[in-house]
Design a protein around this ligand. Sequence first.
Ligand code: ATP
Ligand code: MG
Length: 555
Amino acid sequence: MAETDNRPTNFIRQIIDKDLANGVHARIHTRFPPEPNGYLHIGHAKSICLNFGLAQDYQGQCNLRFDDTNPEKEDIDYVNSIKHDVEWLGFHWDGDICYSSNYFPQLHQFAVELISKGLAYVDFSNHETVRELRGTLKQPGQNSPYRDTSVEENLLHFEKMKNGEYAEGQCSLRAKIDMASPFMCMRDPVLYRVKFAHHHQTGDQWCIYPMYDFTHCISDALEGITHSLCTLEFQDNRRLYDWVLENISIDCVPRQYEFSRLNLEYTVLSKRKLIQLVSDKHVEGWDDPRMPTVAGLRRRGYTSASIREFCKRIGVTKMDNMVEMGMLEACIRDDLNENAPRAMAVLDPVKVVIENYPQDKHEMLNAPNHPNDESQGTRQVPFGRELFIEREDFREEANKKFKRLVLDKEVRLRNAYFIKANRVDKDENGEITTIYCTYDPDTLGKDPADGRKAKGVIHWVSAEQGVPAEIRLYDRLFNVPNPAAEDDFVAAINSDSLQIKQGIVEPALVSLAQDKAVQFERTGYFCKDKHSSDTKLVFNRTVGLRDTWSNSNQN
Ligand code: ATP
Ligand code: MG
């Protein structure tokens, strides 16, 4: 798609411009630091576009770093899916992939340095005591009885922790900062804890694992990161980020800047909640087309260009906000409107028989692949005596507003002829089974000579040569704009978010490539699902033709 070129400036670009102008940095180096404990979602895409985008624009570098200090929740499958998603989004990391776990030896050394400087201690208080002594936002905390243990003793205990001589939860290494700090994260935060867990990168080498706040700043510094960008909830933690780097022997001093995270209406963007949707089988998997994950959006038919464009349109600020789903859909719609070829598919078929069309006649009609782009060429669409049209495109009686087929009235079949409906057959329930019509052979590609007008134009598929297809229509996954604010977000799941239709599509679609989008005329943009095969076609609706969110909110 034509991505907008003019990159809007933002406060982070202004900081970088200033740093470059003042010689604070000669080059910039960013990183995208996912924890491999889930699939990436559209919020991560915002962070990816920001970090990799800055590196691109300033001819700097951006690392992909797995922040993998939580072995119990992490998995190599997540590592692989994240790599794939970043590349699919169109970005390339510089150098090798980084892992925080690569730095476990250095992190351990820095912890020893802090202990040696009297700035960290091993605390044997149990969980409850630690919590009680931490205080509250209104009340200062109190010192742990282990806070003044000697340096020598602490070094010994930490060594024993590392050697597996203490049980999980028995003790932890804490920074000695300030139990009365107004910032809770500065009240002697934990730096290391005991965990007898197998790690996907380091195996069973370690039984102590460093905490995020201790790991992140050191990883940034070791990699020479200049601007460490994270979301606003880490604002307070910046104090700890700076404290650690100030108190260890390390040259590089990256700076942390916070921006607001993306919140998107009618979905959730917390990995914990997304995992729950997957593991409790509320969705088909991480790549369910209703999921806000990169994998889900891809399967739904979103292009990476449309996601990058979305990230550009929402911008980067410090303001917390909730973005409308319509914003995301507008980006893919703009892309596909320009690029997707057109085709005809009937989602809810009813048979039409053209009684004055010869029994044994077949025609191939020429149809343009794109109304505004001749370069996309034309295709042949089979026409015959029996067709399918959309059930909702016919009424026995209707007022003037109904611009489709009505008994005794004429309509144009897209890329074909005028037909007039004469009578119908119904089944025992009163449901129409066949509409009998006549066609006007002199209306192919031209209006009738006598100036008659058709009520409208409808799409159709040849009954004989059309191919059956399962067509999946998606609605929002939740009934409320902000499910994360509900006591029980699962209760807000929309039970009608997937509608499956047994439709008929024109035969050219059998050979449509798996990763190609197509517009089914009048019904939306579609792509083949990963479960589609030559013997069973399955299509996902990526998005409808018009925004159905902002006004009536119906799909
Ligand atoms: P979650 O809260 O969903 O578990 P996370 O922040 O723990 O997400 P990480 O894997 O640590 O997930 O995130 C990697 C990077 O992506 C971080 O820098 C984080 O700030 C950023 N990020 C995560 N969610 C969003 C979001 N909704 N909007 C913007 N950036 C995000
Ligand atoms: Mg995180």
